[in-house]
Ligand binder design. Structure first.
Ligand SMILES: Cc1cc2nc3c(=O)[nH]c(=O)nc-3n(C[C@H](O)[C@H](O)[C@H](O)COP(=O)(O)OP(=O)(O)OC[C@H]3O[C@@H](n4cnc5c(N)ncnc54)[C@H](O)[C@@H]3O)c2cc1C
Length: 391
């Protein structure tokens, strides 16, 4: 049996960060991962250029049963801290919209940076390693198809269930349950919606159309592009909303957020315009959308044939189009997993289990889920960083 101070299961964002920090404190650290490469999710993040943090980060960008849990880690490892690390390694980055920072070249550079940092402090990494059993006697004992290892601290950095095609598995939740820790309900988040059967028949033909819209769901509102797909709705704004959506909820879409469409209707009516409603709307949104939306929501006719009350109602509907999605897509297309290890089970300062001394959890496996925009990776860095100060 090989003895280490710290074993980390998961060579992803939070596991690597934790390994570096623990290694800096002189600990012998071993990372085990069943994948053939480190950081596979970092590699595909942000379309390959990795939206690694957001300069406007706060606890309000996260969903958790305890919205305060992430505060301590976020205050101790900030976007500036990660930027300093990038600058030390000469990794170039750029700011895109809304404070989102991306690699200027490729997310590979971040993986290389973490591997170099790990090497510098003597971290061992075993890849292609299947974890068969985890138990605690005096210390933790991890049995694998590469041998048996023991350690004083065990860090579970195995991520969520999203994107099983790059190595996600439910092992983190299983280990938590095995040690008697509660796991909250988990479900796909940052994920496209699937239309109900009825809506798919009506709106399926809009596949490929993208518009700028504002979407409301459960008191949250997001603004940006939405994309009609052959199954439902996608695009960054839809992904944001999906994390707040529960089965049976209606989402409300403002199809023309910048435009006073009622004012335009009245102007046209007063000038006795005979333009058909769907043709008028086509001047402000894709004509296919205007036609199908009118067909399914109103009776399109020349604008001068509506009375003021009807125009007010149509304008309201354009700004408040209600859609009840049938479901979301599954974990195969979800960027993250909502829910996870119950935060009541962990110290927000150390990420250590309150019940099991020496057992830590980091990153997405915890019930802390970021919005789209670099928040999930930042949570991985920050939670890995703080765990690495204690594990
Ligand atoms: C397509 C996509 C794009 C994304 N883009 C962004 C983005 O731009 N910005 C952002 O902030 N977030 C993004 N995310 C989310 C972000 O990548 C994750 O939240 C983050 O990587 C989680 O870090 P982690 O350390 O918790 O887990 P991960 O980075 O997922 O690491 C978990 C590790 O555990 C290993 N593992 C799992 N099961 C086992 C097992 N049974 N045995 C051994 N090892 C195991 C995995 O192989 C993996 O290496 C994206 C996610 C996806 C899927």
């Amino acid at each position: 049996m090989i003895k280490k101070d710290v074993i980390i299961i998961g060579a992803g964002a939070s596991g690597m960060m934790c390994a570096v920090e623990s290694g800096k404190r002189g600990h012998s650290v071993l990372i085990l991962d069943h994948a053939e490469k480190t950081g596979k999710k970092i590699r595909i993040s942000g379309g390959g250029s990795c939206n690694f943090t957001n300069i406007n980060i706060s606890h309000t960008n996260f969903i958790s049963n305890n919205p305060h849990f992430c505060k301590s880690a976020l205050s101790r490892f900030t976007p500036d801290d990660f930027i300093s690390l990038l600058e030390k390694h000469g990794v170039k980055y750029e700011e895109r919209e809304e404070g989102q920072l991306f690699c200027a070249k490729s997310s590979e550079e971040i993986i290389r940076m973490l591997e170099n940092e790990s090497n510098d402090v003597g971290v061992n990494i075993i890849l292609n390693c299947q974890v068969l059993d985890v138990k605690k006697e005096d210390s933790f004992i991890v049995s694998t198809d590469n041998g048996i290892f023991s350690s004083e601290s065990l860090v579970i950095a195995t991520g969520g269930l999203s994107y099983p095609q790059v190595g996600a598995s439910g092992i983190g939740y299983n280990i938590a349950k095995q040690f008697g820790l509660k796991v909250t309900e988990i479900k796909p988040a940052l994920v496209p919606f699937i239309f109900s059967q009825k809506d798919l028949k009506i709106f399926g033909d809009l596949s490929g159309i993208s518009i700028d819209a504002a979407i409301k769901c459960n008191k949250m509102e997001f603004r940006g592009s939405i994309l009609f797909t052959h199954r439902g709705l996608s695009g960054p704004t839809i992904l944001q909303v999906s994390s707040y959506w529960k089965e049976g909820d209606t989402i409300v879409i403002d199809l023309l957020p910048e435009i006073d469409i009622y004012g335009i209707f009245i102007e046209k009516q007063q000038s006795k315009s005979k333009i058909d409603m769907h043709n008028l709307l086509s001047q402000y949104m894709p004509s296919r959308l205007a036609k199908i939306w009118c067909d399914s929501n109103i009776q399109s006719k020349p604008v001068n044939q509506y009375n003021e009350k009807e125009l007010r109602k149509i304008a309201h509907m354009v700004h408040n189009w209600e859609i009840k999605p049938g479901s979301t897509e599954d974990f195969k297309t979800a960027e993250v997993t909502l829910g996870g290890i119950d935060t009541n089970e962990l110290s927000s300062k150390t990420m250590e289990s309150r019940k099991i001394k020496g057992l830590y959890f980091t990153g997405e496996v915890i019930d802390v889920t970021g919005q789209l925009g670099g928040y999930n990776l930042h949570w991985a860095w920050a939670s890995g960083f703080v765990a690495g100060q204690y594990a």
